[in-house]
Write a protein that binds this ligand. Structure first.
Ligand code: KG4
Ligand code: ZN
Length: 375
């Protein structure tokens, strides 16, 4: 197989430096990209098939770690890494079997290499490097945040660039302007304190609900009255695209001191409504200010049904909203494979000795946040 690969793609001569050489994707040729995600508390692998411009999600396998972290009310990094180590190869194997593929049929491996918990990232990156080395196929380092946004490609989204992207996850709440090619992400707004997912998680903890808080709060909220209690919405000045959620958590803790036995569905519905309103208001303001026609909303909190409904209702009619299906909002290997397919088309993989120089650098997140060049 290496000989065929080499004959197809490697330039002749002694100067091959380990970077993936130029090649053009022949129409009708199919590629299978394995995506590996292990940046936080999900170990996930998925296979996406790329044929020409068309992407097809084939299969995914994910091992969750809720039961490990639940009693701590958040993710414990050391425990997360150990669990990834146990789960990684089994989830890769399971994703391949579900896709009815052998290792030898993979064309490339995409792996999250930033941002995330360093120990957890290293488990995924080292597994990908080892597999890439053994199979003699390229490894494509992927930015987890960019992949959240690219998850919309799994369901055939047709996007008009430049577009706006809102990432709402456990660690991030950020707005970006995205250029075509998925390589330039200009940050235009961030949370100034807690992320939206963090607000759900901290709120749930105060309410005695399990981690992760988002799904638990939204489940109770289904039967509650969102107008029962008036929690604060931190809507910074219209000129600002930033968010703020830490005041909401404080407001909930004071509220619970005054109301030790509140109606749980009503509190959950009202608390969720405050987060959703702040996200929707600031995002719609940003859409109007930038005049963009397409908006991508991604990350774990994008799975929230109330947010999905409200955004759709409030956005101007000409704005096209792209949100991945809930299964592709929370961390998953499929989004990594999806952006891997884009990078594969851009020849962004590495092979040979260069495999062993893939940086596992969470600090690049800081550069991304400031809208600088990253990679
Ligand atoms: O994107 P994600 O899976 O992991 C990170 O990259 O952080 O996001 C996890 C976050 C958690 O804070 C979780 O509480 C939140 O997403 N979340 C939700 C829902 N599902 C997950 N928040 C609100 N509603 C949901 N249905
Ligand atoms: Zn994530």
């Amino acid at each position: 197989m290496w000989a065929t690969w080499q004959a197809l793609y490697l330039p002749k001569g002694p100067h091959f430096n380990g970077l993936l050489p130029d090649f053009s994707i022949t129409k009708g040729m199919a590629f299978h990209v394995l995506g590996i995600e292990s940046s936080c508390d999900e170990t996930s692998a998925a296979v996406v098939r790329l044929e020409g411009e068309s992407m097809q999600f084939l299969a995914e396998s994910t091992a969750r770690q809720e039961e490990v972290h639940e009693r701590f009310g958040g993710v414990v990094p050391e425990l997360a890494s150990r669990k990834h180590l146990e789960s990684l190869l089994p989830v890769v194997q399971a994703a391949l079997s579900k896709a009815h593929l052998e290792y030898s049929q993979l064309s490339a491996i995409a792996v999250t290499n930033r941002p995330g918990l360093i120990g957890s990232l290293m488990v995924g990156v080292n597994a990908a490097k080892t597999l890439g080395y053994l199979l003699k196929i390229p490894v494509i380092p992927i930015n987890h945040l960019e992949a959240h946004l690219a998850a919309v490609l799994l369901e055939g989204a047709k996007i008009q660039f430049p577009c706006l992207g809102l990432i709402i996850s456990g660690g991030h709440t950020s707005l970006y302007e995205i250029e075509s090619g998925w390589t330039q992400f200009r940050a235009i707004g961030h949370t100034r304190d807690d992320a939206a997912g963090e607000a759900f998680d901290k709120g749930a903890r105060l309410l005695g609900l399990p981690y992760p808080g988002g799904p638990a709060v939204s489940r109770f909220a289904e039967t509650g009255n969102p107008k029962a209690f008036d929690f604060p919405r931190a809507l910074l000045a219209k000129s600002e695209n930033d968010f703020s959620f830490s005041g909401l958590k404080t407001a909930l803790s004071y509220f619970l001191k005054d109301h030790p036995n509140p109606n749980l569905p009503d509190v959950c519905a009202s608390f969720q409504e405050a987060i959703v309103d702040a996200l929707v208001t600031k995002t719609v303001q940003a859409v109007l200010k930038t005049g963009r026609n397409d908006l991508i909303v991604a990350g774990g909190v994008a799975a929230n049904q109330r947010l999905r409904e409200k955004l759709q209702k409030v956005l101007p009619k000409h704005v096209k909203l792209h949100i991945p299906s809930p299964q592709f909002c929370t961390d998953n290997g499929a989004m990594i494979a999806a952006l891997g397919c884009v990078r594969w088309q851009q020849n962004a993989g590495v092979i040979g000795d260069a495999l062993f120089q893939i940086p596992v650098a969470p600090s690049t997140e800081a550069k991304l946040s400031r809208g600088k060049q990253h990679g």
